[in-house]
Design a binder for this molecule. Structure first.
Ligand code: SAH
Ligand code: SF4
Ligand code: F3S
Length: 462
């Protein structure tokens, strides 16, 4: 049999990107070749996201292209994996272009599903039937072992890796599909996590990002000791080769002070906190089932700034939630002004089938108003970021160099003969500067000479 080529396209969050890296590594281990061109592939996998309608529409439009590609390439196999696969199951399998459907808990089975489909030339599906029922010990063990398939080469950023510390989510925010596609919260054992970080460090990884949908809920009890996120941060800090440790995403509820103390006291832990507020209106927060008020949220932000000097905080917001009035929206604007974030991600509410909000409330805010609120909130944040970034002018910052910048139009950096590179500070500020591509994956010092709302520009400090 000739060597088959596989192309993987990923949508969605870092969890999904990590899943794609694991699947890629596993398939390489089975002898498949990986190609970045769908037209060259014998097998195309799409790792999908269900968080908003738009994310799913993009997948359908992709499947439309693949349907055409299939007409010219008999034998091409298309697999849809990830959250949308879990949500839609057989409905997706019925799509003309689709041969394989596998959910996020079935990633370890993908090589076998591909093998069977190639052999039998028939469609196959593997998803979790009762997603909110706890997984068997065997399945958890299988998933845990699969995390070790990780090959740091699979990373788009040199010398950095994502490490899952927990799966699933139990928060049930009323608008959100994640608990319904990723299942209940399960924390991995600290021993497995540290073993994995140690291995990554041995292979040259310098920065690890710990991943969990609500990472501050991490809890694992073993021999009468309960481990929390702060313990993981402390344990990971002891691993020599690891220089920077990040963690995403935090939920404002049950945010333990020990995490802030660990951030302040452990030099390797990056002073960056992504803690989405979603809204600044208590009425909307209640309808969202977020479990805190705007005041309680702002107190957490204040405490974080107090305990961790120079901390950078980022947030997510949903605008146009059902019944969101102008007054509700202005409360969100007020919260953004008070919180003084480093940056914000703003999303227009998208009804998700099966969620409580979708069952109980009408998506009654017109698209035009959602758009306007989205733009207004981003504009408020942009002004805050532009102003705040000026403090970096004339300063030297340390960055982990990610590689060539994909947005050459950002070219405000000093343009010498070297390509434009992009790096990130420990506080997650994006820095653009000129330098040799060979320093990708290394730490570098950059003197900041120019700033905008989203980017710092400068020159290598040599
Ligand atoms: N677990 C993370 C993020 C989950 S999804 C957390 O709780 O912070 C990422 C972001 O998508 C959320 O923070 C929220 O702002 C947004 N989001 C989730 N469901 C959405 C929906 N139905 N419509 C619009 N945005 C949504
Ligand atoms: Fe979704 Fe809320 Fe869980 Fe985040 S915490 S994944 S927004 S349900
Ligand atoms: Fe999307 Fe699934 Fe992540 S729904 S945001 S890819 S957990």
């Amino acid at each position: 049999m000739d060597t088959k080529k596989i192309h993987i396209k990923s949508f969605g969050c870092q969890m999904n990107k990590l899943d794609s890296s694991l699947v890629t590594s596993a398939l390489k281990g089975k002898g498949y070749l990986i190609t970045d061109k769908a037209v060259e592939a014998d097998i195309v996998l799409i790792n999908t996201c269900s968080v908003r309608g738009h994310a799913e529409e993009r997948v359908y439009s992709h499947l439309g292209h693949l349907k055409h590609l299939k007409k010219n390439k008999t034998g091409l196999i298309v697999g849809v994996i990830g959250c949308m696969a879990q949500r839609l199951g057989t409905e997706l399998l019925e799509h003309e272009a689709v041969d394989i459907v596998a959910g996020p808990a079935q990633i370890a089975q993908i090589p076998e599903l591909i093998r069977k489909t190639l052999l039998n030339k028939s469609k196959s599906i593997s998803i979790t039937e009762k997603i909110r029922t706890a997984k068997t010990k065997e399945l958890n063990k299988e998933l845990d072992n699969f995390e070790f398939t990780y090959d740091s080469d699979e990373n788009h950023i040199h010398n950095q890796a994502f490490v899952r510390v927990m799966r699933g989510c139990n928060k049930f925010c009323s608008y959100c599909i994640v608990p319904l596609v990723r299942g209940p919260e399960v924390s991995r054992s600290p021993q497995a996590i540290m073993e994995q970080i140690n291995k990554l460090s041995d292979s040259g990884v310098k920065q690890v990002t710990l991943l969990g949908q609500t990472i501050n809920s991490y809890t694992y009890t073993e021999s009468n000791k309960t481990y929390r996120l702060a313990d993981l941060l402390e344990m990971a800090s002891k691993i020599d080769g690891i220089k920077w440790i990040r963690f995403i995403t935090s939920h404002p509820k049950n945010f333990d002070e020990s995490i802030l103390k660990a951030m302040a006291g452990l030099p390797k832990v990056c002073k960056y906190l992504h803690v989405p507020a979603q809204s600044g209106s208590d009425r909307i927060l209640k309808a969202m089932n977020r479990g805190y008020t705007a005041d309680e949220y702002l107190k957490l932000i204040e405490k974080a700034k107090q305990i961790v000097p120079n901390i950078a905080i980022a947030s997510d917001f949903i605008v146009g939630f059902p019944d969101e009035s102008d007054k509700d929206f202005q409360a969100t604007v007020k919260l953004v002004k008070k919180a003084k974030y480093k940056n914000c991600f703003v999303f227009k509410y998208s009804p998700r089938p099966g969620t409580l909000t979708d069952k109980k409330l009408q998506d009654n805010i017109p698209e035009e108003i959602k758009k306007l609120r989205n733009m207004e909130l981003l504009e408020v944040q942009n002004q805050i970021s532009s102003e705040d970034n000026k403090k970096f002018l004339g300063r030297i910052v340390e960055v982990l160099v990610e590689g060539p910048s994909k947005k050459p139009h950002l070219n405000k950096a000093e343009n010498k003969n070297n390509p434009q590179l992009i790096g990130r500070t420990a506080t997650d500020h994006i820095v653009v500067f000129n330098g040799s591509e060979s320093i990708a994956g290394e730490f570098a010092e950059v003197m900041i000479t120019n700033t905008s709302a989203l980017t710092l520009f400068g020159a290598l400090n040599s």
